[in-house]
Design a protein around this ligand. Structure first.
Ligand SMILES: [Zn+2]
Length: 470
């Protein structure tokens, strides 16, 4: 009997990893993400509850590190098979894993220095992997398009469906045969919203017997009913046109940065905002990622593709300036006109955005527009809660800048979106069990209760649980 093991993102959001084993013992690992839960992350991520040598193939839903970030460790520990994903996922995974290796290297260096100076008694930080392991990972990747069956073994195949979450993101159907009967288990991966900027709408899976469903925003509802264009236009107007201020938008480098830069481009082209307001994109990863969005534009939605037939580029426009080095940074430092700054990271915990907070948080003519979810305790969360002071570089700074937020660019569906997705899957399936994963316990419970009211059989697996698919 086939089994499914929930080895990550079970009653938590990060570290996605599911092990599907067929009756005949063929093992497919769906995702191999980094876990960011509290505690020793190196320890958490260097232990696999199975032997990596036994895995036959990895199927990767999308490039985000909580789904892809532990692949180099898996290879380091003996995994010898291939990794299957879509073409844009491969390209984005390459830059995200390289960045992760860089950050780990940097942390190791900094802690080593601190220990030498006697400033840290912590154990030496040992990184999970470096660039060699990232290259080894990329060598294993084979890419496959959406909606076409990939036969990985006799009677066993995989189909990617568009998940609409980020460029190249897929839901995964595994088709297998047991006792001469065909069965299908579907993994949503991270889902996206209908009508997102640049990213396609999700295509619901079909003919499923089992569904492994994300629940990130179960029990939460979207607040913003304006379109992304209207939101960005109103803040540009209030901050950069009606007054000579700065609009600063913290954004993740993959997905949200591109959606926002594209919307600003559209506003200029449509004459909704006057030309000439400088837009600074301050994130190297954001720049690489924008290049990948441009390169794989055939995977984007029709709005972005139509825009491309009329214009040369999605992200190249005279006002937009990507900051690559210190010289570029000086240009921004010496820019005293109103401007827009888009910088990572989204929750404001790390990355270049910290510098912009330090320099602008006391400027009352400045607005920080937080365009995504901020985990409790992060700087973004503190600002959203209305903290009057923040600590930057060891100093307390009173917040004089305006703090605003929008969820118009959310990368996950809210509760209603999840229910709608489920209804579409159910319409074309004979679903036996739904496994809810990838959410905090409250969100999962909320979604579970809702689905059960609709007569579905729902399970909330715990981490490490292995379930027989009978
Ligand atoms: Zn994701």
């Amino acid at each position: 009997m086939a089994t499914i093991g929930f080895h990550g993102a079970a009653r938590q959001v990060t570290g996605s990893m599911y092990l599907f084993t067929t009756d005949g013992g063929y093992k497919i690992l769906v995702d191999c993400g980094l876990s960011y839960e509290e505690g020793d992350q190196i320890q958490q991520n260097s232990y696999f509850p199975f032997d990596p040598e036994d895995i036959d193939i990895v199927v990767l839903t999308h490039a985000h590190l909580d789904h892809s970030g532990n692949l180099p460790t898996l290879i380091n520990q003996g995994f010898e098979g291939q990794i299957l994903c879509t073409e844009p996922t491969a390209a984005l995974t390459d830059i995200l894993l390289s960045d992760s290796a860089n950050i780990q290297g940097l942390k190791q260096k900094i802690q080593g220095k601190k220990r030498k100076k006697g400033k840290s008694s912590e154990n030496n930080y040992i990184r999970l992997y470096g660039h060699k392991q990232v290259m080894d990972t990329m060598d294993r990747i084979i890419t496959w398009p959406f909606n076409i069956q990939f036969e990985i073994h006799k009677g066993l195949s995989v189909v990617f469906k568009e998940a609409g979450h980020i460029l190249g993101a897929s839901s995964v159907e595994i088709h297998y045969t047991e006792n001469k009967k065909s069965k299908v288990i579907g993994f949503t991966g991270d889902l996206g919203n209908k009508g997102s900027k640049i990213i396609v709408d999700p295509t619901p899976m079909s003919n499923l017997n089992y569904l492994v469903m994300e629940s990130t925003y179960g029990g939460r509802y979207r607040n913003e009913f304006r379109r992304g264009e209207e939101v960005i236009e109103s803040y540009i107007r209030a901050t950069c046109i009606d007054q000579p201020g700065r609009l600063i938008i913290p954004a993740f480098s993959v997905g949200r940065t591109q959606a926002i830069l594209f919307v600003i481009h559209k506003l200029f082209e449509e004459g909704k905002i006057p030309r000439g307001i400088r837009v600074f994109a301050d994130s190297k990863m954001g720049m690489f990622s924008s290049g990948i969005h441009q390169r794989y534009s055939e995977y984007l939605n029709s709005e972005a593709r139509d825009f491309l037939t009329d214009h040369d580029s999605l992200f190249r426009y005279p006002e937009l300036f990507f900051i690559e080095d210190d010289d570029d940074r000086k240009i921004l430092e010496n820019h005293y006109e109103p401007c827009i700054i888009v910088s990572s990271a989204g929750m404001m915990e790390g990355g270049r955005i910290r510098e912009h907070v330090t320099n602008n948080i006391q400027n009352p003519a400045c607005t920080f527009l937080i365009a995504g979810f901020c985990a409790p305790g992060t700087l973004g969360d503190q600002l959203l809660k209305g903290n009057s002071d923040v600590y930057m570089k060891g100093k307390s700074k009173t917040v004089y800048a305006k703090i605003a937020s929008t969820d118009a660019f959310s990368g996950h569906p809210d509760h209603n979106g999840l229910i709608e997705y489920f209804a579409q899957v159910r319409k074309n399936s004979a679903l036996e069990t739904i496994f809810i994963t990838h959410g905090e316990e409250d969100s999962m419970n909320f979604l579970k209760e809702h689905l059960e009211r609709e007569g579905a059989k729902v399970t909330m697996p715990v981490k490490g649980e292995e379930i027989q698919l009978r």
